[in-house]
Design a protein around this ligand. Structure first.
Ligand code: PHE
Length: 347
């Protein structure tokens, strides 16, 4: 018996991992383990012998259980030491959240607008920033020499070999044309992106951002347009009692066209919404002109639609009280840490 004990003891000592040790424990002390089976033989022995043998086997069981516990503690300690060595932390590295930076107010506002309209089934569409006169003007009901072209302060690129000159798109309305030519109505799209015009002062920069909205379906009317943008503005500016008005306006690609103003108070130096007697123009919109639908192969007798063009930078200035548009694009870290948003949500 003592030889057997020594043999098992050596096996316990020789186990090199917690897993091996556990396998050995099951082999010896498990339900049908070797030591357990020895105990089971006791029943068939004569009382005297059973007493003697019983004591012996129980002693053996105790010794082995002890040895296993002991070896287990040793192996656990070794495993921990090994992990500590491998998973060393360099405390001189910079703290992570510091290096993540913050979200620019333009991105924040874009995300807010996109999140709102996705609830109503609007899909994101896009087009190139370098585009042609057709998408930027002609197809939008501004043929060659149309006077409205002048008002866009367009940046033109040098003409190519065939004499065709490209341009930096002056508005995201180019994406209306691309979408209507590529997809069949009904359509509901939102087209965010950069646009370019030769203009520079506190409220204009040569590059700025727009979000175009376009809905094409049967039986769409001006009421749908009004309801959509009014609900959006109340949500965006977080004012249920927001005052607004629609002023008649002109865009060659919409008829009728309007500009939406929201009521505000400028008396205290800053600007407050939902109160006061001043008005602030916030974006242009209108019913898609039948010529534009025709230019894209859509029958205006069958389908109608509305479009709007939000100035994202202006929305960001208004909502987050940013006084000068130009500062948005100066890449000043101090400005960004003041006006930026945490990537983890919240201000
Ligand atoms: N594209 C127009 C602009 O940049 C805005 C607009 C979009 C107006 C859609 C009406 C409909 O001034």
């Amino acid at each position: 018996m003592s030889q057997q004990l020594q043999q098992w003891h050596r096996e316990v000592q020789a186990s090199q991992s917690l897993r091996d040790l556990e396998e050995l424990r099951i082999r010896l002390l498990g339900k049908s383990g070797e030591i357990t089976s020895l105990l089971k033989t006791l029943g068939s022995l004569a009382p005297e012998e059973r007493k003697e043998k019983g004591a012996e086997i129980n002693h053996l069981k105790l010794v082995i259980t002890d040895a296993i516990e002991h070896r287990k503690a040793q192996l656990e300690e070794a495993e921990l030491a090994d992990r500590l060595l491998k998973e060393k932390v360099d405390v001189t590295l910079s703290i992570r959240p510091e290096s993540i930076g913050s979200i620019h107010p333009i991105s924040q506002v874009m995300n807010e607008i996109i999140a709102y309209f996705s609830n109503f089934g609007f899909e994101i569409a896009s087009g190139p920033e370098i585009d042609d006169e057709d998408h930027n003007f002609s197809a939008l009901n501004m043929p060659d020499h149309h006077p409205a072209r002048q008002s866009h302060d367009t940046f033109y690129l040098m003409p190519d070999e065939s004499g065709i000159r490209k341009l930096l798109r002056t508005h995201t309305s180019t994406v209306q044309i691309r979408t209507m030519r590529q997809q069949q109505p009904p359509l509901r799209i939102l087209a965010p992106g950069r646009v370019y015009r030769n203009d520079y002062d506190a409220t204009h920069t040569p590059m700025f951002h727009q979000i175009e909205g376009l809905v094409i379906d049967k039986g769409i009317n001006f009421g749908h347009l009004k309801g959509t943008v009014i609900d959006f503005c109340k949500h965006f500016f977080e004012k249920e009692n927001l005052k607004f008005r629609f002023r008649p306006s002109f865009f060659p690609f919409t008829e009728p066209s309007a500009e939406m103003d929201i009521g505000c108070d400028r008396s205290g130096g800053g600007i407050k919404f939902g109160q006061g007697n001043d008005w602030l123009e916030i974006f242009g919109c209108g019913m898609v002109h039948p010529n534009v639908l025709k230019n894209c192969g859509i029958d205006p007798e069958e389908y109608q639609g509305f479009a709007f063009g939000f100035g994202v930078d202006r929305f960001a200035m208004l909502k987050y009280g940013i006084p000068d548009l130009r500062s948005m694009f100066e890449s000043d870290g101090r400005w960004l840490s003041y006006y930026g948003f945490s990537p983890f949500g919240g201000k």
